[in-house]
Design a protein around this ligand. Structure first.
Ligand code: GLA
Length: 390
């Protein structure tokens, strides 16, 4: 479904580029980026998350070829990619890997993928923590599923998109981003249990309040190495508990008391990481109740608490993110704010009263420039549907 004028022109530019490059009509898919309201770094610990798909997306145009060639053009990059389905290997260009990883996963599951032509582009800012990579993976899975009539259900596509990122791209990400991109629903957040993969849509049409993303303009270059390290630290915590409680399979099953007893004395840093995760899961459950009861103020306070945990205990923030959260704290128009996504850069997510957004931006922009010597970018997030055919 095309949402805005901007989307429409982006999609038509991609279709035009496709036609002029390959000479036929493509099938076109839209796959969105995501925000996450609460539940950060909990997905790979089998916990809960509360993401939503947004009004920024990847558009992908594809058609079948008679041979085994994979030909891909990125609308914004000069160099096209050419490969072969008979030998899918990672590309020195790097960006094709998100697509190739999905092709490889489909092949590994025994699905026939023939040659195809592809043009894609999008308006999800890169490195801003809105999961452009998951959107690209989901766009690919959805497109190829349609194109080759593979009859895959959305959850299978989500899982293989995540696996593509884990195994081909090399980031040990959880399932949240791909799930949100595929399953998003307009004006709803998804409350996903990352252990059972049970999910429910929670309405998020909070009257007069908007999701404002403040982009630090810091690209999260540390993200993948530190991310994989956090995962290992969480696993180390689980092993320490398991020695006494073999039934504990992940931090989802751990209690604060178990952390105190078995992890704190053994490893202070691992304890700190695990404490954040266990607290964040509890916080998310309480925050879901807030939402059900329409208590957005309580929900917002929990967002600030999450930021504190991510910054001080989990240590995935950075001075720029901390500055932006600190800056809006105390502003009565800001219901809640925190860093969003993997961390080390990207955006803060803020719930802001609509009438106060202009003033907030007018103050935050020069303040950020003075303090951090960087330009602040601002996006107003709208919650949209997940991956679909245009
Ligand atoms: C990245 C990963 C997700 C999730 C978040 C942190 O976006 O891709 O799986 O772990 O970080 O919540």
């Amino acid at each position: 479904m095309i949402a805005t004028q901007q989307d429409r022109s982006l999609a038509s530019r991609i279709i035009e580029k496709f036609k002029s490059s390959y000479g036929n009509d493509p099938l076109v898919v839209r796959s969105p980026g995501r925000v996450n309201l609460l539940g950060e770094h909990t997905d790979y610990n089998n916990g809960f998350v509360l993401p939503a798909a947004i009004n920024k997306a990847i558009y992908m145009a594809v058609s079948r070829r008679e041979d085994t060639v994979i030909s891909i053009i990125s609308l914004d990059l000069d160099q096209p990619y050419t490969g072969d389905t008979r030998q899918v290997v990672s590309s020195p260009l790097h960006w094709p890997d998100y697509i190739l990883g999905v092709v490889q996963q489909l092949q590994a599951l025994g699905h026939p993928v023939g040659g195809f032509n592809c043009v894609f582009g999008g308006d999800i800012p890169l490195g801003a923590g809105m999961s452009s990579s998951a959107a690209l993976e989901c766009a690919t899975a959805f497109s190829l599923n349609e194109l080759f009539g593979l009859k895959l259900d959305p959850l299978t596509m989500v899982k293989l998109a995540q696996k593509a990122e884990n195994q081909f791209v090399g980031v040990q990400c959880g399932i949240m981003d791909q799930f949100a991109s595929m399953f998003g629903r307009r004006n709803h957040v998804i409350r996903l249990d990352c252990q059972s993969l049970a999910y429910e849509y929670v309405p998020f049409n909070t009257e007069g309040i908007r999701i404002v993303l403040l982009d630090t303009n810091v690209k999260h270059s540390l993200a993948s190495s530190e991310y994989n390290m956090r995962r290992q630290q969480c696993e180390a915590g689980v092993r320490l508990i398991q020695a006494h409680h073999p039934e504990v399979k992940s931090l989802r099953d751990a209690t604060p008391a178990m952390l105190e007893e078995y992890v704190a004395p053994a490893n202070a840093l691992v304890y700190q990481r695990c404490r954040y995760i266990v607290e964040e899961n509890l916080r998310l459950l309480a925050a879901s109740d807030d939402l059900q009861q329409g208590d957005i103020a309580a929900f917002g306070r929990r967002m600030f608490a999450t930021h504190e945990g991510l910054s001080k205990l989990y240590e995935v923030s950075c001075p720029e993110l901390d500055f932006l959260v600190e800056h809006v704290k105390g502003n009565p128009a800001v219901i809640g704010a925190r860093m969003m996504g993997g961390g080390f850069g990207g955006c803060t997510i803020n719930l802001v009263k609509e009438e106060a957004i202009d003033e907030l931006v007018a103050k935050a922009t020069p303040a950020y420039a003075r303090a951090m010597n960087k330009e602040l970018k601002v996006y107003i997030g709208q919650i949209e549907n997940g991956t679909s055919l245009l």
